[in-house]
Design a protein around this ligand. Sequence first.
Ligand code: ATP
Ligand code: MG
Length: 374
Amino acid sequence: MAKILIVEDDPLIGRTLQIRLARKGYEVVDCVSTGEEALSQAESKKPELILMDIGLKGALDGIQTAHQLRERGIPSVYLTANEDSHIFGRAKRTRPLGYILKPYEEEELYRTVELALYNHGVEVALQKREELIEDLNRSLENRVVERTRQLEEANQRIQGSLKEKEVLLMELHHRVKNNLQVICSLLRLQLGKLTDPNAAMVLKESQNRILSMAMVHQLLYQSQDMNHINFKTYLETLASHIFQSSDRDPQALSLVVEADEGYIDLVTAVPCGMIATELISNALKHAFPQNREGTLSVIFKLKDKNRVSLKVQDDGIGFPPNMDWRKSPSLGFSIVSSLCRQIDAVLDVKQAGETGTSFTLTFPLTAQPIASSF
Ligand SMILES: Nc1ncnc2c1ncn2[C@@H]1O[C@H](COP(=O)(O)OP(=O)(O)OP(=O)(O)O)[C@@H](O)[C@H]1O
Ligand SMILES: [Mg+2]
């Protein structure tokens, strides 16, 4: 049953209204004659609608009273004899749910009250929905804040463990490099004791093979990324080291290294460095007998986003006649062939008698993990 408060300073009109509304089944909670009384009764009896006269006794008129009640969530329907447009303009700003002019038709009263109650119901429902949405928004925001905090914490944990792993990996590369260097030192000590020049040459080559791996690990622990090395730096260091250890006369033989700036991962860099070591060693050992003059070139090129090429070329004496390098039983070319397979390299060999030899391997940058294949 809808509760209605009547504010009417004419007792007769007030009484009539009370009877008419009660007859229609509304609960009239009170009928008061001043704005002040209306405010206090509204507070205690919580009506859903006020039927409000405008001209009242007391300090507050009907419009001022309706304004205050509206702010407390209780709407009014004005019931007044005042036709003044200025008054109507003031009343409008209190967002009334009806404006009935006296004398009024009974039917008009019922319809206005019914519509007002219905509209008020819709207003309340909308307001509740808005509050619900605000609540949901707030709880959603809180959940987002909480989730963000959790993610930040998890991120910090991951960053921490990543840092730890990077340090471990750096330590690992450092140790591998040190151990390989210890092997090189042992070979050097043994080399000092050898009198046979052929045996000494074999040991020296083994030393270079191990050093080519040690250098990869050295560059890895010095690099930011811990997984890729600057292949230009690597090739320059490796080639000049092998050149110097070969005792070739730099006046007679020049070494040229031309390399693009490129980064190669550990899995590819180690086999690729070992192939380069074999090919450079071979050129120094076989292509320029009796201090023959010439040039040894090492060229590294980035072909496209995922393919690179490495060329080792000399202008020496070329392969011995009738030699098929693929069928050579020696260790050097066996190492080259099997490492080329390991990094999916296509090897192009050019030999033309006195004009020297050239080996070009083209390979992808993403290789399979190292598997022992020789
Ligand atoms: N750049 C080159 N110029 C001329 N001949 C070469 C060149 N590279 C290789 N050869 C020839 O191919 C042969 C096979 O080379 P390979 O590297 O397999 O063996 P190796 O150098 O003789 O010994 P090792 O197994 O210790 O490397 C060499 O003995 C040499 O005759
Ligand atoms: Mg060789």
